[in-house]
Ligand binder design. Structure first.
Ligand code: AVJ
Length: 327
C-alpha cells in the first residue's frame, strides 16, 4: 500500500514540472517573449514576496489589511447571509495574513465553516497550516495545493455546502482583462445561486504611487522578477546569466496596466533543456501585469461575467476595494 500512495504523487510532480517547462519554452519562443508570473512563487519567490509586502512603497497589503482589521463585521455580515454552514475557499491564500482576521471573527461568532485555502505553493500552504493550528486551533482547515480551477472543482465535489470564495490581494490584477473576464465567467458557471465571491481590486490612483510600488529603490521587485530566471536555471537546467538582465517597470494610468519586464542587456543565447533561445540586445521578456481598476471597471467585469455587486468595502484611503458579488 506504501507504493500505491507514493506513485500518484510522483506522477503529479512530474506533470507539474512538465507544465512549467512547456510554458517557459512556449513563452520564450513567442514574439514578444513572455513568462508567467504564476511561476514567481518558489521558496525564494515566496520569501521575496513577503519582503515586498513589508516595503514602504507596496501599499496594497496594508490597504487590504486595513479593511480586514477595521471592517471585519461588515465583511462577515456580507458573506454570512444566514446561519447555514459554509465552505470558505481562498484562492491564492499565501500566508493568509489578512483572512486570519476574518477567520477569527467568524469563529468568535460561532459560524460553522471549513476554511479551504488554495495555493500553487505547497511551501506557503504548510506555513499557513502551522500558523493557523497555532493561532486558531478551533478552525476546520483543508488545504488544497494546485491551480485555482482544478482545486475549486475539487472543493465543489468535497462538499455541497454553500461556498464563499475569497480572491484577495489584487491577485486578479495578474490577469489581462480578457483572462479576468474568462476567469470570472468560469467562476460564475461553477457556483450555485446562494454562493458569494469576494474579490480584492487595487484601484487606479496617483500614477507615481502605483509605479513606485513595483519599482522600489531597494531592488526587491527586480530580484523577485529575476528569481524566475534562477528558478528556470535550477529546475529546468537553464543557463541564464542573471547579471545580463535588468528589471523595467511601466504604468499606464489610462488603461491601469502596471507591467514588469526584464531587458536583455546584450545579444545572448540561453539554453533550456535542448532548446536554445536567442535574445537581442534590449529585447524584453514580458513578466507580469498588475492591473489597476476604477469602480466602473469593477462593475463592468462583474456584469460581463454574470455577477451582481452586492457591496464594495474599501480602506480608509480608498486605494483598494474588496468587492462582494452575488451569483
Ligand atoms: C500578489 C499579484 C497581488 O501584482 O501586486 C508584487 C505581485 N508583483 N510586486 C501584485 C507583485 C510585484 C502582486 N500580487
Amino acid at each position: 500500500s506504501l507504493q500505491l500512495t507514493k506513485e500518484p504523487k510522483k506522477r503529479s510532480e512530474k506533470n507539474h514540472s512538465d507544465h512549467f517547462l512547456n510554458d517557459v519554452l512556449t513563452g520564450l519562443q513567442s514574439n514578444p517573449k513572455h513568462l508567467s508570473s504564476k511561476y514567481f512563487y518558489d521558496k525564494t519567490g515566496d520569501e521575496l514576496f513577503q519582503k515586498i509586502m513589508a516595503m514602504p512603497e507596496y501599499y496594497l497589503t496594508r490597504c487590504e489589511l486595513d479593511i480586514f482589521k477595521n471592517k471585519t463585521s461588515e465583511l462577515a455580515e456580507a458573506i454570512r447571509s444566514d446561519e447555514q454552514p459554509f465552505d470558505l475557499i481562498e484562492l491564492g491564500a499565501g500566508d493568509a495574513m489578512k483572512s486570519t482576521y476574518l477567520l477569527k471573527y467568524l469563529s468568535e461568532k460561532r459560524a460553522d465553516f471549513t476554511y479551504m485555502p488554495i495555493d500553487i505553493s505547497g511551501n506557503i500552504l504548510s506555513v499557513l497550516e502551522n500558523n493557523l493550528k497555532d493561532k486558531l486551533p478551533e478552525i476546520n482547515i483543508k488545504t488544497l495545493e494546485g491551480e485555482y480551477f482544478q482545486m475549486l472543482k475539487k472543493a465543489m465535489k468535497l462538499s455541497s455546502r454553500r461556498k464563499v470564495i475569497l480572491f484577495l490581494g489584487g491577485n486578479i490584477g495578474n490577469m489581462t482583462s480578457k483572462e479576468a473576464e474568462k476567469f470570472c465567467t468560469s467562476l460564475h458557471q461553477l457556483l450555485n445561486s446562494e454562493d458569494i465571491v469576494l474579490i480584492g481590486f487595487d484601484l487606479k490612483k496617483n500614477p507615481f504611487t502605483v509605479l513606485n510600488a513595483y519599482s522600489d529603490k531597494s531592488g526587491i521587485t527586480a530580484e523577485f522578477n529575476l528569481n524566475l530566471l534562477t528558478r528556470i536555471n535550477r529546475e529546468l537546467g537553464g543557463n541564464f546569466d542573471i547579471e545580463q538582465f535588468e528589471h523595467y517597470e511601466s504604468y499606464d494610468p489610462i488603461t491601469g496596466a502596471c507591467r514588469s519586464f526584464l531587458i536583455s542587456l546584450k545579444n545572448q543565447q540561453v539554453k533550456i533543456e535542448e532548446e536554445t533561445i536567442d535574445f537581442a540586445e534590449n529585447e524584453v521578456i514580458d513578466m507580469e501585469v498588475s492591473q489597476k481598476f476604477s469602480k466602473s471597471d469593477i462593475e463592468y467585469l462583474a456584469e460581463k461575467s454574470g455577477f451582481s455587486i452586492s457591496r464594495n468595502i474599501s480602506d480608509s484611503k480608498e486605494w483598494f476595494i474588496d468587492s462582494i458579488w452575488k451569483v
